[in-house]
Ligand binder design. Structure first.
Ligand code: NAD
Length: 441
């Protein structure tokens, strides 16, 4: 057993919200310089403990240690980026009749953060850093399967000098603790990352008290490979774009759309790279893909091998203990097949052929989701045409990346609303106030 963690109930949520409420006036009143200094100190502490945190995260979520290290670097970078925010200008000066109007940004208040298990501390940092920088206090409810790095984070934050009550962590089930937080009158905003299904219930639960809500939900992103692309580069990059983190990635490019004239050649190249993936012990430095998070998740993922689409080839996976699932490529997949429509959240890629640019765009948009995606082509004009036409929050050309600390990230359609990271996240954790100052009285 890795750890035993206390299970909170609604009373603990009430207590955490009360503490966050008590801490709010003091945290709001801290000078911008002091708030910035505390966030810098926290970023430095996170950098100092990066190796320990990476090991804990690898164990927490069963993810490859090399990936966990990169994630912990981003966690510290996120706090460093938002540490600059309290001292940056925010607001407008607006010419009006009879005086001067200007806007200021006020913190929203006590913010409830509800996070998933796939990138446990990374997603916490995307919410916590801008929330704190903007002067809010928080109650964090991490996913019940992966609470360990969130709890360690709270210790680090306290040791780095954050005042008591500014960051509160409650570990408990979504249906009790999470829902209570959503409905709590003392909470002004919910920032949620998780499944579209739970996102829907959160939006409904928050409606009664008109809470602010941001939702980062599921995805079914397209990786569009045109015949004129650098096929070798596209095939080399495609496996980790869907099998990274064992496919448990909201940005997974799980639909690979390939122009039909190069389908056979692309599949041949892809097979070599999929079979070369190193799947194994998360704590082995060479591992690129670990096991799935749970037995239940493996069952769900397995249900997509339902015979609707043929298995083209599979990579390897260890036998024995662990929720292993070999990376699997299905081809050709029809747009109506279940694996082309639903988020798998596991290492299965669906290869779907297309004839021309118009069909590629139509297929890419033929989904309820709109989170991420890629276009591979050497034709710059086409790249821009398709990038503008695909309904998705982030998109890469000749690359498969989705997130950076200083660029906005979030979804179109049922992938959610609101943006994390970059300057946009600060807007999501503040209210705009307009002040008019008369020059006539
Ligand atoms: P989930 O929706 O089951 O759970 C997420 C969190 O919500 C957990 O903390 C859970 O305890 C809580 N929760 C569950 N029911 C709740 C309720 N009724 N009220 C309040 N809180 C509740 O998601 P998961 O299985 O942990 O994560 C996988 C999902 O997250 C996938 O769909 C994935 O695409 C999505 N995701 C999205 C992003 C993004 O940025 N868009 C990033 C990572 C994961």
């Amino acid at each position: 057993m890795l750890a035993e963690v206390a299970r909170a109930g609604v009373e603990e949520v009430d207590e955490a919200v009360a503490r966050a409420g008590d801490a709010l006036p003091g945290w709001r009143a801290i000078t911008p310089r002091d708030r910035a200094a505390m966030l810098h100190a926290l970023a430095d502490a996170l950098t100092g403990q990066r190796e320990d945190l990476a090991l804990l995260e690898a164990r927490n979520a069963g993810k490859a240690i090399a990936d966990a290290r990169g994630e912990m670097e981003m966690v510290a970078d996120t706090f460093r980026y938002y540490a600059g925010a309290p001292e940056r200008p925010l607001g407008d000066t607006i010419p009006v009749t009879g005086g001067q109007a200007f806007t200021v940004r006020e913190p929203v208040g006590v913010v409830g953060l509800i996070t998933p298990w796939n990138f446990p501390l990374t997603i916490v940092s995307w919410k916590l850093a801008p929330a704190l920088a903007a002067g809010n206090t928080v109650v964090l409810k991490p996913a019940e399967l992966t609470p360990l790095t969130a709890l360690r984070f709270a210790e680090i934050a306290r040791a780095a000098g954050l005042p008591d009550g500014v960051v509160n962590v409650v570990v408990g089930p979504g249906r009790t603790c999470g829902q209570h937080l959503v409905e709590h009158p003392g909470v002004a905003k919910i920032a949620f990352t998780g499944s579209t299904e739970v996102g829907r219930s959160i939006a409904a639960g928050a409606a009664a008290s008109i809470k602010r809500v941001t939702l980062e939900l599921g995805g079914k992103s397209a990786n569009i490979v045109f015949a004129d692309s650098d096929l070798e580069a596209a095939a080399a990059a495609a496996p980790l774009a869907v099998f990274g983190n064992a496919g448990q990635d909201c940005c997974a490019r799980s639909r690979i759309l390939v122009q039909d004239t190069v389908l056979e050649r692309f599949l041949g190249l892809l097979e070599v790279h999929v079979k070369a993936l190193r799947v194994g012990d998360p704590l082995d430095e060479a591992t690129q893909m670990g096991p799935l998070i749970s037995a239940a998740q493996r069952e769900t993922v397995s249900s997509f091998l339902d015979g609707q689409a043929p298995v083209a080839f599979r990579g390897s996976a260890p036998d024995g203990a662990g929720f292993w699932f070999a990376p699997t490529v299905l081809a050709p997949v029809r747009p109506g097949d279940r694996v082309a429509r639903e988020e798998v959240f596991g290492p299965i890629a669906a290869v779907i052929p297309f004839a021309d640019e118009a069909e590629a765009i139509r297929l890419a948009n033929d989904t309820i989701y709109g989170l991420s995606g890629s276009i591979w082509t050497r034709d710059g004009a086409r790249a821009l045409r398709v990038a503008r036409a695909v309904e998705t929050g982030v998109l890469s050309i000749n690359a498969n990346t989705s997130v950076r600390v200083n660029t906005p990230f979030g979804g179109f359609k049922q992938s959610g609303y609101g943006r994390e990271l970059g300057p946009h996240a600060l807007e999501a954790y503040t209210e705009v106030k307009t002040i008019f100052y008369s020059t006539e009285t």
